[in-house]
Design a protein around this ligand. Sequence first.
Ligand code: CO
Length: 205
Amino acid sequence: MLDELLSRNRDWSARRIADEPGYFARLATRQCPEFFWIGCSDSRVPANVVAGLDPGEVFVHRNVANVVHSTDMNLLSALEFAVDALAIREIIVCGHYGCGGIKAATEDLPHGLADHWLEPIRRLARGYAVDLARCDDIEARRDKLAELNVVEGVRRVAETPILQRAWARGADISLHGLIYGLRDGLLRDLDCTVSRGHSEPDAAQ
Ligand code: CO
C-alpha cells in the first residue's frame, strides 16, 4: 500500500515538473494562498480538489464535521497564521451533505470522544428543533443541520478576537459559508457572508 502511494507520488512530481520545470522551486520559496478553508475531515471533500485549486492556493484546516470550537487551539493557530502571516482575504467554512459527523450528532448512540467534539452540533439541533422538524425526513434534517453548522461556524470565526482585531486594523477579510454535495460534486453558497463592518452573517437563520 505504501509503496503504491510513494510510486504515485513520484509519478505526480514528475508530471508537475514536466508541465512547469520551476514549479517546486517556486512553491518552495513561499506560499501565498488566497483562501483559508475550514472543512470536514471526510476523505471525499478535499479542499484543493473540490475547489479546483493547486498546491499553494488554499490554506486548510479540517476536522470532523467542520466544527468551529472557540477554544480549539489547532483551528485558532491556523486561523491566526492565515490572517496575520499569510494575509488571507477569503475564509471559507465548508460543510457537506451526507456528513458522518452530523449523522453521529443526531443519533442516540455513544460515539466516544466524538460526542464531546460534536456537542455544539447537538446544541444547534436543539436550538433549531422547530425548523428541523419541518424537514421531510431524517436525511433532509441532517442536511439542514449541516447547513446550520456552517452558518454557525462562520459566525464563530467572525467573533474570534483574531478576526475582530484584523477588521479593527482595516484588513479586508470576508468569511463565507459553503456546502458541498457528495452526489453532484458541487459547492453551494449559503449566503451567510460576513465582511468588515458586519458583525453578524447576512442571512443567519
Ligand atoms: Co463530514
